[in-house]
Design a protein around this ligand. Structure first.
Ligand SMILES: [Zn+2]
Ligand SMILES: [Zn+2]
Ligand SMILES: [Zn+2]
Length: 150
């Protein structure tokens, strides 16, 4: 919902300018991670124009407020789907169909922070992404393997 993101922006003291709203709407409708150029192209298709520097700045802001995330594997931006969840937002990315699912796991955070603390490091945030098959694709693969057997 664009409205949730708008509330976060306002709560943090940021104006909801027209370009910010436009980029939010594009991210909201996107079915896959988008680069700044993808966003520019999609806006153009709607007869709107933002230069890429503006788009980068807006994405930086959204990124810093956790309204959007940058996927490690593709570098593309996605809208946060868990804006009310505290902690580190992680992703599972299906390499077959491109499905992306966001999740939060405080236990995993504790474990990771413990590992790095043992190495003398103070961790503030974890970025992580699991690459593999979503439940749909995994099921299809199992069925295919099943059929292949005599
Ligand atoms: Zn998120
Ligand atoms: Zn999949
Ligand atoms: Zn964490």
């Amino acid at each position: 919902m664009v409205q949730d993101s708008i509330q976060v922006l306002q709560a943090q003291g940021y104006k909801v300018t027209k370009p910010r709203r436009q980029v939010l709407e594009i991210l909201d409708r996107a079915q896959r991670p988008l680069s700044p150029y993808d966003i520019q192209r999609l806006l153009r298709q709607q007869g709107k124009y933002l230069n890429h520097v503006t788009i980068y700045r807006i994405l930086d802001l959204f990124y810093s407020l956790n309204l959007a995330h940058k996927l490690l594997s593709t570098g593309g931006f996605v809208k946060c789907t868990l804006p009310s969840e505290e902690g580190c937002h992680r992703f599972m990315v299906c390499h077959r169909c491109g499905a992306i699912q966001e999740f939060v796991d405080p236990q995993l955070c504790l474990q990771e922070s413990k590992s790095t603390r043992n190495l003398g490091f103070h961790t503030e945030y974890h970025f992580s992404e699991s690459s593999g098959l979503c439940s749909n694709c995994y099921r299809k693969q199992l069925q295919k393997q099943g059929n292949a057997q005599p």
